[in-house]
Design a protein around this ligand. Sequence first.
Ligand SMILES: [Ca+2]
Ligand SMILES: [Ca+2]
Length: 200
Amino acid sequence: MIGQSSNQRGFTLIELMVVIIIAAILLTIAVPSFSSLIKRNNVDSLQSKLSSALATARTEAASRNRIITICASNAGQTACDDNWSNGWIVFEDNDGDGVIDAATGTTPAEALIDVYRNTGGYTVASNTDFISFNSQGFMTGAADNRLLVICEPDRAAEYARGLFVNRSGLVMKTRDTNNDGKHNDPTSTDAATNLSCAAP
Ligand SMILES: [Ca+2]
Ligand SMILES: [Ca+2]
């Protein structure tokens, strides 16, 4: 049975190396696209969460007939702070000052409506620390157009996602309007300007 041993043999060293090399090539292709998919999912998800928190603030302002504020919170979501990357809180802002106030004297504490804690290295930056809506759904106070920008941990511009809030209180998700693979900045006068994730 001369042929039997060759039929039963396993991989030669060269065959094994070829298999390993092919597997390595496939991994180098698959890993970056998988990591890109995860980043895209995470920025989209954070954008949606912030968008629905803004929608909650606006609809609660109408239904409760008072000013509702969403603000960047501290790390414990117990007070407003200047860092949206911590997360945010939505509350009845009875005096419209953009701060959630504790009870004083006979004035009760401003009621908390919703909180979100942000973890995982995905950041949110904005040109404002808080956004307030009145019972008509409009932004109150010095209501310039507002932009919130969500970035992935490595701050690559192609993953930047924005939420634009105009003076009428409308919340819009940013889009890539010139098809260069990066979302455009709706606050820029130059239509070709993309959102930036450059470190502040
Ligand atoms: Ca207040
Ligand atoms: Ca673009």
